[in-house]
Design a binder for this molecule. Structure first.
Ligand SMILES: C[S@@+](CC[C@H](N)C(=O)[O-])C[C@H]1O[C@@H](n2cnc3c(N)ncnc32)[C@H](O)[C@@H]1O
Length: 271
């Protein structure tokens, strides 16, 4: 096994696929409203997973040609079905490893990456590989979260502890759940020009029921998925876990607030 390949901390369950679809559709406007590729351009979507972002990307740019890749054949098969069912025809799928891309230099006009770097042992190497297959003046767009950006009321030490279990598990798997804040340095260190990073904030209180549902089904569900592993590894005891999760749900009830920031970076390959 390639030493750079790590266990994918969220797994490939149906529940996780549903969470990714729900996340992509709920965040489509916030994350994608300013991503549109011109007709005829060739775009690589690196790590498409089950195709949750693919559908949005391809719909926003119907004249562009997408190649969507992922290392997981199961996820790719699901993505292919999903995109076909949605009636989208401007996407081709291919199995590929970001560390060993099967494309020649300067094959693509643009590259799009979402929620991938946080899982990689060497995100800088991945960015350099992506730069290699981009044409001069082509763009790279990267979207990542940052679990350290979760702020909430009522505040709770136990809620922070359960979030930290996921951060630690992801670190042990070689990833970095706090990578959003690092996009600027990663993109500039990889040699991209004109880098811009824009924070995209989700804020929920009971006057925004849609956002509250998003917090429950995207963020809290993601934390709940690591319950078994966190407890069995002794990171936290069962009582603290239950209290932490219950405190997270409390932030979605009357008087509670929850805030989370995604980071979107765009850079250009030197001409
Ligand atoms: C959190 S999912 C994100 C999927 C999709 N971009 C989305 O936002 O819904 C991360 C994906 O990265 C893929 N992945 C992990 N390591 C990879 C690698 N070395 N090369 C290609 N894909 C990889 C996983 O298989 C998984 O589908």
């Amino acid at each position: 096994m390639n030493p750079l390949h790590r266990r994918y901390v969220h797994g490939h369950s149906d529940r996780e696929s549903e969470r990714l679809y729900y996340q992509a559709s709920k965040l489509a406007e916030l994350l994608h409203h300013d991503t549109c590729y011109s007709p005829g351009s060739r775009v690589l979507e690196a790590a498409c997973g089950v195709g949750a972002q693919t559908v949005i990307l391809a719909r926003n740019s119907p004249g562009a040609e997408f190649v969507s890749v992922d290392i997981s054949p199961e996820s790719l098969a699901t993505a292919k079905d999903r995109v076909f069912q949605e009636g989208i025809r401007n996407v081709a799928f291919r199995r590929a490893d970001i560390y060993d891309l099967p494309f020649g230099p300067e094959t693509f006009d643009h590259v799009f990456v979402c929620f991938l770097l946080e899982h990689l042992a060497d995100p800088l190497l991945a960015l350099n590989n992506l730069k290699g297959i981009l044409r001069a003046n082509g763009t790279l767009t990267v979207i990542e979260g940052d679990h350290g950006s979760a702020l909430f009321y009522p505040d709770s030490r136990d809620a922070h502890r359960v979030i930290d279990c996921l951060v630690q598990l992801q670190r042990q798997a070689g990833g970095n759940a706090l990578i959003g804040r690092e996009l600027w340095h990663l993109m500039t260190d990889a040699g991209f020009m004109d880098v811009t990073v824009s924070p995209r904030q989700v804020y929920a209180d009971c006057s925004r029921p849609d956002s509250v549902e998003g917090v429950k089904h995207i963020f809290i569900t993601m934390i709940e998925e690591v319950r078994k592993e966190a407890i069995s590894r002794g990171m936290v005891d069962k009582e603290t876990w239950e209290k932490g999760i219950s405190d997270l749900y409390r932030t979605t009830e009357q008087g509670g607030t929850f805030c989370y920031t995604f980071f979107k970076a765009v850079g250009r390959k030197e001409g």
